[in-house]
Write a protein that binds this ligand. Sequence first.
Ligand SMILES: Cc1cc2nc3c(=O)[nH]c(=O)nc-3n(C[C@H](O)[C@H](O)[C@H](O)COP(=O)(O)OP(=O)(O)OC[C@H]3O[C@@H](n4cnc5c(N)ncnc54)[C@H](O)[C@@H]3O)c2cc1C
Length: 471
Amino acid sequence: MDRFDLIVIGSGPAGEKGAAQAAYFGKRVAVIEREPHPGGAGTNTGTVPSKTLRETALYFSGLNQHALYGVEYQVKNEITVKDLMYREQEVVRSLRQVITENIGRHKIEYVQGHASFGDPHTIRVTAEGQPERLLQADVILIATGSVPTRPKDIPFGDTRVHDSDEILELERLPRTLAVVGAGVIGCEYTTIFGALGIKVSLIDGRDRLLGFLDAEMADQLRLQMGFLGVDLRLKETVTRYVLEADGVRLELQSGSSLTVDQVLVAAGRVANVGQLAIERAGLAVNKRGLLAVNEHYQTSVRHIYAAGDVIGFPALASTSMEQARVAMVHAFDLPKYKTRVAPVFPLAVYTIPEVAMAGETEESCRQNKVDYCVGRGFYRTNARGQIVGDLSGEIKLVFRYPDKLLLGVHIIGEIAAELVHIGLIALQTECTIDMFVNTVFNYPSLGDAYKYAAYDGLGAIQRRAAAENRS
Ligand SMILES: Cc1cc2nc3c(=O)[nH]c(=O)nc-3n(C[C@H](O)[C@H](O)[C@H](O)COP(=O)(O)OP(=O)(O)OC[C@H]3O[C@@H](n4cnc5c(N)ncnc54)[C@H](O)[C@@H]3O)c2cc1C
């Protein structure tokens, strides 16, 4: 029996960072991973691969260059799966190495194999061709992530029907593609394949894209998808998948049907706890199939913590890492420098174009009866926006009326996922929009659009005050 201070199950974003946090403070840590490579969905099947494919699609399609030089620009006419996946595989390989080095640097024992509970303090590790190994620890962190939902009525066995993991193992590029599910993953892949010139139909039962986004940004994204030629079918569901010789026919609730070469089903994800034998630790999943935790990320068995996708919302790599760090600070009573995950966090959708946000939307303000105004800064009136050729980008600030406290920031366009951090920090430090007015931004820079959004906001306040004085 090997004894540790901490056993971490899973080496995704939550597992790696939680393990490193404890090991940094001198704890003896083991990480157990059942896949051949570390990194989880964050590195191997989710975040990093999809973002790399996005860059590849932009590069090969020359989409960003189309408006710039007045000439049709395309690196290659016939893009193959090999072209598409080459860089994805390179980046994934490099980042696996980075994780392996991080684990090594922190002197964490990396154990290859499938973990399951023997009892509340004991983990059994099984690996093919190896004798079972038993590990014990004072503290256990469950960071086993999530897997794509695979509804039984969808013929995933067919090579033309993929979930979001399998899409990375395409044998050939689709001639036409249906993406079923317009969540973040579905929207991202829709625009990646759309940018490659593939006809994509995006199907979702809801009446708008990405309900958490500010509606104005969601509408903008919808418009931009139109420019990519996406056939968007909202308030529509697939009732049957029929495998035919020349494609997959999707029968739709509306009575129409659609035949496509290949299908990507992005129907959500479920917590990955099925083979952990959590009942032997005295644990059970909640009604939604997730592990419930308190504010310290402790499960109902106090020395067993859980972080990342396995506990559900927001199920992001970014927040998963932070949750695990916070959990380990609590578990080992480490110097209290990180006691909670910041309540305001950024959301980024790496579609083409990118969309990012933090804080409140106009809709949430209305719902919560918060009096607000908005200010907008446009990339087309921004020098850097003109230089890079993104004329449809926009930064929108939502702020409280009349005291100008920043409530939310919403961006669509080039590097939105980076730019949002300026607004995020302003939100976190409870600034008014005057902060943007009084900041010198680089020129030319897209960040400068914050200042013009703030000016626009000041104008909105003045107009509003004037209207109130008149009435
Ligand atoms: C297509 C896609 C795009 C995404 N894009 C983004 C994005 O842009 N930004 C963002 O922040 N997030 C993104 N995400 C979400 C992000 O990938 C996840 O939130 C994150 O990976 C969760 O981290 P985790 O450590 O909880 O779990 P995971 O990354 O899923 O890692 C869990 C690990 O545990 C291992 N494991 C499971 N069970 C066992 C067991 N019994 N024994 C041993 N090992 C086990 C698994 O093999 C896996 O390696 C995306 C996800 C997908 C699918």
